[in-house]
Design a protein around this ligand. Structure first.
Ligand SMILES: N[C@@H](CCC(=O)N[C@@H](CS)C(=O)NCC(=O)O)C(=O)O
Length: 249
């Protein structure tokens, strides 16, 4: 199969023109926690390397992400997805942690947000996967059963809230240095850590703790996690990634 044929399988008539016309990295997103993970890395890469990309903001409440044009790029039908149009044929990347790894692999040449050392990079991937596999699924269920579901099922709410608090406790162990004696500023890296894609992949969800229904009293068990939330929120790239640029026009 030649590259041009593959490109015609990727983009079809219904694909938005700006997606088809994109020349470099193109992000299809909505500014939800998952969208914000990738928005943050792109904004950080812009500050350090002047990375340029284009963005299409869709509205997931209309199920645009379930249409065939989108499923060709991400069969999972969920945002965000990136397409690297510098590859031939263009290369789509689904799943936020894979997207963070892909973007840091192609653009973070000086390892500002990743690690040159293989063990340090593996530690970063461990924390990235920890949130992706053990944090986000529980967090999603707490929001579903605690906020969105019409029928409130106490068992489900309690089970998933307890699991989420357990996961927050794991992050608190790492950040507090409970077993190493050295508190950390960030999840991965030597010493007190380095801000990396592990933090970017985790922060956009945890910052929603109040909305999720976690109480001040529950959150007071995690003082290092709270300081970590504030530390990341203060970054200019993070502020831009959360801002109007990514709101539906
Ligand atoms: N595991 C996926 C989750 C993506 C995801 O759940 N995205 C949500 C928005 S935060 C979405 O697109 N929801 C719309 C839907 O489920 O149809 C990832 O990390 O990329």
């Amino acid at each position: 199969m030649g590259p041009s044929l593959q490109k015609s399988l990727l983009y079809v008539d219904e694909t938005p023109q700006e997606v088809k016309d994109a020349k470099g990295i193109h992000l299809i997103t909505q500014s939800t926690p998952n969208g914000q993970k990738v928005q943050i890395l792109l904004e950080e890469l812009a500050d350090v390397y002047n990375l340029e990309w284009t963005t299409t903001v869709i509205n997931i409440s209309t199920n645009e992400q379930k249409k065939d044009w989108f499923l060709r790029l991400n069969p999972n039908g969920r945002i965000p997805v990136i397409v690297d149009n510098t590859q031939s044929p263009p290369f789509p990347v689904m799943e936020t942690s894979a997207e963070l790894l892909y973007l840091s692999g192609i653009a973070d040449k000086d390892h500002v947000f990743s690690f040159a050392d293989p063990l340090e990079q593996n530690q970063c991937v461990q924390w990235l996967f920890f949130w992706h596999g053990s944090g986000a699924p529980y967090h999603g269920q707490v929001i579903h059963f605690g906020i969105l579901a019409k029928e409130k099922l106490p068992y489900a709410i309690e089970r998933f809230t307890n699991e989420l608090l357990r996961v927050f406790g794991v992050l608190e162990i790492q950040l507090s240095g409970k077993f190493t004696g050295t508190p950390r500023e960030y999840l991965a890296g030597p010493g007190d850590g380095k801000y990396s894609i592990a933090d970017m992949g985790t922060w956009p969800w945890i910052k929603l703790w109040k909305f999720t229904g976690i109480t001040e009293d529950q959150m007071s068990q995690f003082p290092h996690l709270r300081k970590w939330l504030d530390r990341i929120e203060s970054r200019p790239a993070v502020q831009r990634a959360m801002g109007d640029k990514y709101k539906q026009q």
